[in-house]
Design a protein around this ligand. Structure first.
Ligand code: SAM
Length: 312
């Protein structure tokens, strides 16, 4: 929300000729409206978002100062209710009472779509459980913007969001993603991007395509695509590249992985009769060319399964 687009204090919602059309839709009372806000460029708010923000009796937001500033850019001033990750449950109770009294409340986060790696899901859950209506507005989301410009042609995608910061948990999660078909979408903070790329390079095949979507909609916007094996070098070639906000997209596993997995499982099961899990994974990696870590995880699982079946 840093790019200056307009200095006007006249609400856009009053001046745009399409606002009559926007207002044709029903905007029921006693409803929570989930409203995406820009991920950088203030111009990426929708006309409906402005309409709802303007008509809302209150705006529930992650950070009242940020939202006050954003609304001010659109010439709006609203009653704000703090609803962040540390008070979502209490905030939900407060919002439910107000909604039951017939108010329209807009829910926003600091940037992008609420509940997407942002607070909001618990509030929406509580409001729905209370039997109240929730209306989503489509709008800015870093993951979707990045995907649309990635050129990755997997038919599916999986939104992973932020990886765990603890090494072991991160490795376990990445190992579980190795065989997934479909583009994997990650969020990452600038101070962790280098570590994240290293972790991806260990967990996935070097020839997979990776896309860095950096500072989307902002001055230094950049979308770079390369092989995973080239990613660390690209990132470290310019110190500016480790700054700003990132979406990282990784090509999914090729469709024939299931067949490769079946081969690997067959080889591992033979080796596990004679060797330890570690030895079996090492030998199977040499035989199949697959990643040792993934084979190790597979061998552990096979061993656990066979123990669960009462086999030695
Ligand atoms: N709710 C937001 C959405 O809909 O995208 C995501 C919020 S999450 C707390 C913030 C993360 O989203 C950042 O660390 C980054 O990974 C990604 N992100 C947000 N804005 C971005 C931008 N302008 N360019 C690239 N990534 C961005």
């Amino acid at each position: 929300m840093t790019e200056p687009l307009a200095s006007s204090t006249i609400p856009y919602s009053r001046v745009h000729p399409l606002m009559n059309e926007v207002a044709q839709q029903a905007y029921p009372t006693a409803t929570l409206y989930v409203v995406p806000t820009p991920i950088g460029n203030t111009g990426d708010v929708t006309l409906r978002a402005l309409h709802v923000l303007e008509m809302a009796d209150a705006v529930a937001c992650e950070d009242t100062r940020n939202t006050a500033q954003l609304l001010n850019r659109y010439g709006l001033s609203k009653n704000l209710i703090a609803a962040h990750q540390h008070n979502e449950r209490e905030a939900a109770d407060k919002l439910i009472s107000r909604l039951q009294a017939g108010e329209r409340i807009a829910l926003v986060s600091d940037a992008g779509t609420p509940a997407v790696s942002d607070p909001g899901a618990r509030i929406v859950d509580a409001v729905r459980r209370a039997g109240l209506r929730v209306v989503p507005l489509p709008g800015a989301c870093a993951a979707i913007a990045a995907l649309s410009a990635s050129g990755l042609v997997d038919d599916r995608f999986h939104f992973i969001g932020f990886l765990p910061s603890k090494t072991k948990q991160r490795e376990t999660l990445l190992a579980s993603l190795c065989d997934m078909h479909g583009t994997l979408i990650f969020y990452e903070a600038p101070h962790r991007i280098a570590d994240m790329v290293k972790a991806l390079a260990v967990a996935f095949e070097p020839e997979r395509e990776v896309v860095f979507a950096r500072e989307l909609t902002k001055l230094f916007e950049e979308v770079h695509r390369c092989k995973l094996s080239e990613a660390e070098a690209w990132l470290s070639a310019d110190t500016h590249r480790e700054k700003g906000e990132f979406v990282v997209l990784l090509q999914g596993a090729p469709e024939d992985v299931a067949e490769q997995d079946a081969d690997a499982a067959r080889i591992l099961s033979i080796l596990l009769e004679e060797c330890s899990v570690k030895q079996a994974a090492t030998l199977a990696a040499k035989i199949t060319g697959a990643k040792k870590n993934a084979l190790y995880e597979m061998a552990l699982k096979m061993q656990a399964d066979s123990c669960g079946n009462g086999e030695p």
